[in-house]
Design a protein around this ligand. Structure first.
Ligand SMILES: Nc1ncnc2c1ncn2[C@@H]1O[C@H](COP(=O)(O)OP(=O)(O)O)[C@@H](O)[C@H]1O
Ligand SMILES: [Mg+2]
Length: 488
């Protein structure tokens, strides 16, 4: 005997004495006693026994069955009924509360012994089972994938924390109803028989792969199915970005090759046009033509120069740069033209922005490209659109895998149609009239930013403005010369 403490709820004092005597003999310790349910409930919190013996027919407004129910709920203690009553209805009511055992009066030492031993053992096992279930649930809750279990009837009976936080409460739902939370068109099946599902979250779509196993069967009602939903959004975005990058790189190579080829004939054309211009007095009414040839050829040569710059590997030197200064410079260069077009420009920098690793000239070129795009989108905005035209430039620190400064250029211009958005970083892709756009601004900017270890992207909806985002890595804290032991 481990000397467990037994609490007795019994209004017959003689019987209490007798049971206590048996218990002492069997090696149990007294854990107190009470004549009524309410008194027992009041005292159990203090005495903290290991098990309770409970008379069913108790005096007072609460009978033993009700008292046992409350004790099990409040203290999680095992309860054994003592009963003189062989009324089958009382007995079945008592059994509904799933007692740990019951003893028919008159109580014998032998009955007491076997009832206590089994009840205590069962309680130990239940506690161990509960602890192991809690451990399992904690492990499943810590997993990033959503896990759901549904019964043979197709009802969800369990969901882990990830599933609840992403898909909302699911327990109790019919499986079909749960699937209804995902977006039409109905799921696609992958080669391996898994389902692909997408979930709309505001503007964004999140993608999931659903795989199912039918591995375990519950006690009753047949097999349960475990569904695992693992998120694919990030991986897909990366894949798409890689594809786009490869596409851009091959376009860049092609463009550079063409640019080389064009360079020579263009110089030829310009040379001939200059010679013609010298003799323009002989061209009578068409004296302006050589000049026109020259200016068009210069335009071509300008594009070719940009293209070559685009294709040339960047070997610019990076240094710690104050983003705020670069932005202010770029804005002061363009301020007059914004004002002329009636566009409000706002610059909002968060305090204590760290410096970034960048090439200041290139960074300024990128900023001017983005400002120019915003200005053009604002000017092209349909007249009927309401409210003033504005451009808001902001910069703040974002904590990602490594700290970055994120600059945003938000405008309420005409925006980018969804079908155009994937193409805007392609060289020569433009939606602008011939003399306004070459389609190289974003392609060159992207290349420069990537060479600086940064990112550049644009978010937009047609008719609702656009925001270009530029992220650059924060410059490592530079040790002062004295710290390096140089100079004094
Ligand atoms: N802020 C913006 N608002 C709307 N559309 C934009 C914006 N920025 C870029 N675009 C779209 O991206 C295209 C490509 O831009 P870019 O590479 O700078 O070339 P370009 O300005 O010469 O057309 C533009 O033609 C335009 O359709
Ligand atoms: Mg542009």
């Amino acid at each position: 005997m481990a000397g467990e403490r037994v609490f007795i709820v019994e209004d017959d004092t003689l019987l209490v004495r007798q049971v206590e005597h048996f218990l002492a003999h069997l090696g149990y310790r007294p854990g107190g006693h009470a004549p009524s349910g309410s008194e027992a409930l009041a005292r159990l919190g203090v005495t903290r026994p290991d098990i309770v013996l409970m008379d069913i027919a108790l005096a007072g407004e609460m009978d033993g069955i009700e008292a046992a129910r409350r004790i099990m709920a409040a203290f999680g203690l095992p309860v054994i009924y003592l009963t003189a009553d062989d009324d089958p209805r009382t007995l079945s009511r008592a059994l509904d509360t799933s007692p740990f055992s019951y003893i028919q009066k008159p109580v014998t030492a032998g009955q007491l012994h076997s009832a206590l031993a089994t009840a205590l053992e069962r309680h130990r096992l239940e506690r161990r089972l509960k602890a192991s279930e809690e451990k399992l649930a904690a492990i499943l809750d810590a997993l990033p994938s959503g896990i759901l279990v549904r019964d043979a009837g197709g009802r969800i009976v369990w969901a882990n924390a990830a599933a609840v936080s992403v898909f909302g409460p699911a327990t109790g739902l019919a499986w079909e109803v749960f699937l209804g939370r995902f977006r039409e068109p109905v799921p696609t099946v992958t080669d391996s028989g898994e389902l692909e599902l997408s979930l709309a979250e505001g503007q964004r779509l999140r993608h999931f792969i659903l795989s199912e196993t039918r591995t375990f069967s519950a006690e009753a009602g047949g097999g349960q199915t475990v569904a695992i939903l693992r998120e694919e959004t990030e991986r897909r975005a990366l894949q798409a970005e890689n594809l786009r990058a490869a596409h851009l790189a091959s376009l860049g190579e092609l463009a550079a090759g063409v640019a080389h080829e064009i360079n020579n004939p263009i110089s030829g054309i310009m040379g001939y046009a200059e010679r013609l211009a010298d003799k323009s007095d002989r061209l009578e009414g068409e004296a302006h033509i050589p000049g026109r040839i020259l200016s068009e050829a210069e335009r071509i040569s300008g594009i070719v120069r940009k293209l070559l710059a685009f294709a040339r590997p960047s070997d610019s030197v990076r240094e710690p740069v104050d983003v705020g200064e670069v932005l202010a410079d770029a804005l002061s260069l363009t301020r007059a033209i914004f004002r002329r077009e009636g566009i409000d420009v706002e610059l909002a920098l968060s305090d204590d922005l760290p410096r970034v690793m960048a090439n200041p000239q290139e960074l300024q070129q990128v900023a001017i490209n983005l400002l120019t795009n915003a200005r053009q989108a604002l000017s092209a905005r349909p007249e009927e659109a309401e409210g003033p035209r504005w451009l808001s430039v902001g910069a703040s620190l974002v904590a990602e895998a490594r700290p970055m400064v994120r600059v945003s250029f938000a405008d309420n211009g005409q925006g980018v149609p969804a079908e155009v958005l994937p193409r805007i970083f392609e060289p020569f892709f433009t939606t602008k009239p011939k003399h306004e756009g070459t389609g190289l601004g974003l392609a060159i900017s992207l290349k420069l930013v990537q060479a600086m270890g940064g990112r550049l992207w644009l978010e937009s909806r047609e008719g609702q403005g656009a925001t270009a985002f530029l992220e650059l890595p924060v410059a490592p804290a530079t040790p002062v010369a004295s710290e390096l032991g140089l100079g004094t």
